[in-house]
Structures are given as C-alpha cells and as structure tokens.
Design a protein around this ligand. Structure first.
Ligand code: GUN
Length: 309
C-alpha cells in the first residue's frame, strides 16, 4: 500500500484511493517548519509573507485567513493587508510598490478576484517577479513554460506534489484539464506535458467552448477539473480507473450547514468515486496543498535571499 491515501472499498472490485490533501500537506508543513527552525538556529531571516485582500468577498477572506494562519503554524512572519472595496487601482498599485520595496517582506500575494474597477493584469505586472510567490507575473509564467527555475503557481504545484507524494504515475497517460484559467487550467496543462514525472502526459485542454466535452473527459486517464461549476463532472464523463483531481470549491446554499452553505467541488464525488483509481475530496484535497505550495514558494524566496548574503 502507498504511504498516505486511505483505501476505500468500491463497487468495481478493486479499490479506489482518496488522495488526502490534508495528510500530504501535513507532511509537507512539517518539512517546511523544520527548515524554518534551522534558518532561525543559524541566525537567518525567517520567511515573511504579506497578503493583500481588497473588498469583503467571504470566500476570499477565508482563503487569505487560512494562508495567514498557516504562516503562524510554520513559524513564518505574516502581514495581512485588508483594503476596502472602494480602494482605487492607484491606491492598490501604491501598496504593491511599497511591498516591492519593503525588505522585511520576502514575498506577497494580492488575492484575486479584485473588484471590477481594478485591472488585475496591471496589478500582477506591478509585483516584482522575485516577490511574486503566487507565480502569476508574466515573467514567472514564461519561466515556468520554459522549464526555468521560478515560482510555480500554488494550485498547479500543489497538484503535482499531491501526485508525486502519493505515487501516482503520469508518464504516457492522457491528461484532460478542464478549464483554461491563467491560475490553474493553462499552467496545469503545460506542467502535465513537461518532460518530468509528474508530467510526460498527452494533454488535452477543454473549456466552455469545447464541442465534445463528455467524450473527451471520458477518454482521460487523469482528469483535472478547474472550471468553478459545482458538480459539473458526472459519472459518464469519467473512465473506469481514472485519476480525478477536483480543484473546484463553490459555496452552495445549504441551510442544514452551520454557515448556511456547503462547499462543492467541480466533480459529483458520490456519483464518480467508485469509477476512480484515485480521487481528491472537496474539502480536504487540492485546497490544503495549494496553501502549502504558497508556503514552499515563500520559503524559497527567503532561501534565495539568505544565499545572496
Ligand atoms: N484566488 C484564488 N486562488 C488564488 C491564489 O492562489 N492566489 C491569489 N492571489 N488569489 C487567488
């Protein structure tokens, strides 16, 4: 049996395994916390992550507070900058410039989506590439595409790490990525086609204009879904034995839940799970890996800096 996943009985005779993002993230967090202790013991600078959030979107607030809490858990310093939704583009750009110049801050993120009156691309391009621990800056995305050292964005990197650490082999497989966002789908499709393991896949990227979505998805050995539509993937879109990675986290109103909503993935988990060899749950799959990847990038930022001294 492999290290982490829980084995779960299924109807198809064999078994499917839950790819447990919480367990894998816990292992990674321990490794990062140990490195931070070593840096501290050697008198080096501990990583400092700053997070900027504009407005009061509930989901974004939860993501950002999870990031800040994880910093505390790992011995990082953190700064949360919460700005009102009335913040102008110029004010946000001024904050970005300030963080670029702040030598105490090793890396920072600006949570997206931003309010409509702010041009997200302009903000991303204003972030210094060496502090762009989200890996969203065009320079970092270009370096990723060329296979050069860079910050790989948190969600795609978290998925690669989840596959790697759970022994899921990808070479020679057909990987279908659903969704072409700049944050997940597009970089994921490039990373899965790279000459690496995980990687070496034949990749198909499908999106809202794809004509034969069901057919293409059902041909996937590895199906990575990042489309942001609750329970979009049904059983007829999944091949027997497929690996299914669910990136979605949509809040669906549910009065029976304490917060008044349930978190749903892009995959109809109950309908699909028994066909899979591996599947990520929501919550507890990709989400915890995304946060830990951001922490890895921030640690790298400070390691680069400590090396330069
Ligand atoms: N919004 C959703 N995911 C992310 C992320 O990884 N980084 C930032 N900055 N915003 C997000």
């Amino acid at each position: 049996m492999r290290g982490f996943p829980l084995e779960v009985e299924s109807n198809i005779g064999d078994f499917m395994q839950i790819l447990d993002g919480r367990a894998t993230a816990a292992q990674l967090k321990k490794e990062i916390a140990d490195k931070v202790k070593k840096i501290q013991a050697a008198g080096g600078k501990v990583p400092h992550l700053a997070a900027v959030i504009v407005g009061d979107d509930g989901a974004s607030q939860t993501y950002v507070s999870n990031k800040v809490r994880t910093c505390e858990e790992l011995g990082f310093e953190s700064t949360l900058i919460a700005l009102p939704s009335s913040t102008s583009e110029a004010e946000l750009l001024a904050k970005v410039h300030e963080l670029n110049e702040n030598t105490e801050v090793d890396g920072f993120i600006v949570q997206v989506p931003l309010p409509d009156h702010i041009d997200e691309d302009k903000v991303t391009e204003a972030i210094k590439p060496e502090k762009d621990v989200d890996g969203f800056h065009p320079e970092n995305l270009g370096r990723m595409m060329l296979g050069l050292p860079t910050y790989i964005s948190a969600t795609p990197n978290g998925i690669l790490e989840l596959l790697r650490r759970n022994g899921v082999k990808t070479t020679g497989k057909h990987c279908v990525v659903v969704g072409r966002s700049n944050i997940v789908g597009t970089p994921m499709s490039i990373l899965m086609s790279r000459n690496a393991e995980p990687g070496n896949c034949t990749v198909t990227l499908v999106h809202s204009r794809t004509a034969n979505m069901q057919e293409v998805c059902a041909s996937a050995d590895i199906l990575i879904v990042a489309i942001g539509k609750a329970e979009f993937v049904s059983a007829d879109m999944v091949k027997e034995g497929a690996v299914v990675i669910d990136v979605g986290t949509t809040r669906v109103p549910d009065e029976s839940k304490p917060k008044g909503f349930a978190l749903k993935g892009d995959v109809d988990f109950e309908a699909v799970k028994d066909k899979c060899s591996f599947i990520t749950p929501v919550p507890g799959g990709v989400g915890p890996m995304t946060i830990v990847s951001l922490m890895q990038n921030t640690l790298r930022a400070v390691e680069r800096k400590n090396k330069k001294k």
